[in-house]
Design a protein around this ligand. Sequence first.
Ligand code: PEP
Ligand code: MN
Length: 351
Amino acid sequence: MIIVMKSGTPQEEIDRLNREMESWGLTPENIIGRYKVVIGLVGDTADLDPLQLQELSPWIEQVLRVEQPFKRASRQFRHGEPSVVNVTTPEGTVAFGETSPVVTIAGPCSVENEEMIVETALRVKEAGAQFLRGGAYKPRTSPYAFQGHGESALELLAKAREISGLGVITEVMDAEDIDKIAEVADVLQVGARNMQNFALLKKVGAQRKPVLLKRGMSATIEEWLMAAEYILAAGNSNVILCERGIRTFDRRYTRNTLDLSVIPVLRTLTHLPITIDPSHGTGWASLVPAMAKAAVAAGADALMVEVHPTPQKALSDGPQSLTPEQFRQLMDELAVIGNAIDRWEKRPAFA
Ligand code: PEP
Ligand code: MN
């Protein structure tokens, strides 16, 4: 349930209502919008009568029931206002959200060695990316496949971050690794295979770094938003959704089916920012540029693209990785679309 306060409501009145709600055993969450304050109520509100609640204060404009099972993630919970996830990077704050320029995240599937991660970081930065991605812990289908270099890869990410000034996004697979990953990463990634690892979701929700939550490969939109709800309910309001393709019947020409329709669907359902990953979404480098451009045109808030200095030698996901040169060219093309919809920030060339 949400209580929408009239604009100009005195803070003392909001504080009084918060105390009142707490005394009823509910958890009030104040959402300060551009024009209005909304009090989101979490807890057992089934027996509450919206009309009766309305009587509590003349400053209450409206009391509404949130219909969806995902409460905090729902668009209604913020009375229609999109949220902005601000991420601190070495060179300042980068905002993810519907009202901000499109953010680009680029880098290899896995961190392989110092030279390649530093080179990739500098090249994607030069092309205009704001974040470096790269896995230290890799979720691989086969236990015999390259599993990532783990802790030593985190050190290399820290180095690449320092040298390039880019923010770092990397995956957490095991809750035990959260602290050491959070020391290096500006955003923690929860991968598709862990989207419903509820113990992990609660743990990333209980720490402070923003979380990029990938859609499970067979997850419905509702299951995905319920997974986001776990993180929000645990206290972390900085969640960014990432569509990375779902499993459909054809695997011959595409690795997954990139579901771009989630962009307009999620816009109506949630206030959370939306990232599109056309690399895992298609599985082939030749398909990535078209889908990246389509994603920006469709209103994505961020893109995550795999880039490797020598894709043919990559230890994982080489076939879907762009070369730095291809990425630079893609960024030039994206700028045309991004500028046309007024969502592209002119990025300074890297000296
Ligand atoms: C990745 O980003 O490298 C990755 C493993 O992605 P996903 O979880 O979407 O498969
Ligand atoms: Mn990958």
